[in-house]
Design a protein around this ligand. Structure first.
Ligand code: GRF
Length: 221
């Protein structure tokens, strides 16, 4: 098996990056983490990855006169690490259409909502404000529009009466940590393919139903 070389882009704590790193420790995983790059030199995730012996690079966007100059440095780092697939994991920079087109079909992002609902900032707050009973997260191929693009995989979690944005975010984050490695596995192995703007997956989807609230148990007697 040829393992795809994966570059992970982060801006902060990097808990999703950790879940990808952990998954890729399995020699049977179809991807290996070639490099972790942060646009914020002080991102806690960057120090963690370096401590794990993973190649890291800090590319401070503030040091560049334009978005294009920043992205040229990003592209150079990804190329020199011979990256095949890019995973954005809490990477808080908008990417230009030019950069996105170079990685078309080879760049993933994770967003803490069931897309196409609640794009952009504070999706958990948006979900609570909308009163949905089921929230979740999505892994999708990156296109120029933010939090859009063909969806590879989604995970759903129930919304509880007493949820605050933080509580809901924690529940979704646990789902993210399971979802992102699964989605990367599908893409890196070739089981998930982009066809006509949609993702086709060579794998049964399952037919489990998530109810929220849960259906009442049958009455006895
Ligand atoms: C996650 O909720 C991710 O879905 C969103 O930003 C957050 C990053 O968290 N894009 P972490 O840095 O991976 O812990």
């Amino acid at each position: 098996m040829i393992r795809k070389r994966v570059g992970i882009l982060i801006s902060g704590r990097g808990s999703n990056m950790k879940s990808l790193v952990d998954a890729a420790r399995d020699p049977g995983f179809p991807g290996e983490i070639a490099i972790v790059i942060s646009n914020r030199p002080d991102a806690p995730g960057l120090a963690w990855a370096a401590g794990e012996g993973i190649a890291t690079q800090s590319i401070d966007h503030q040091a560049f006169p334009s978005r294009e100059d920043f992205e040229a440095a990003l592209q150079a780092a990804l190329t020199s690490a011979r990256v095949d697939l890019v995973c954005c994991a809490g990477f808080m920079r908008m990417l230009t259409p030019g950069f996105v087109s170079v990685w078309h079909g080879h760049m993933l992002n994770i967003h803490p909502s069931l897309l196409p609902a609640f794009k952009g900032l504070h999706p958990q707050e948006q979900a609570l404000a909308a009163g949905v009973r089921i929230a979740g997260c999505s892994v999708h191929f990156v296109v120029p529009e933010v939090d859009s693009g063909p969806i590879v995989a989604q995970a759903a979690v129930p919304v509880a009466n007493e949820d605050t944005p933080d509580r809901l975010a924690e529940r979704i984050l646990r789902a993210e940590h399971a979802l992102y490695p699964m989605a990367l596995r599908l893409v890196a192995s070739g089981a998930a393919r982009l066809t006509g703007g949609r993702v086709v997956i060579d794998r049964p989807t399952g037919d489990a139903v998530l109810f929220s609230p849960a259906p009442e148990p049958p009455r006895s007697g």
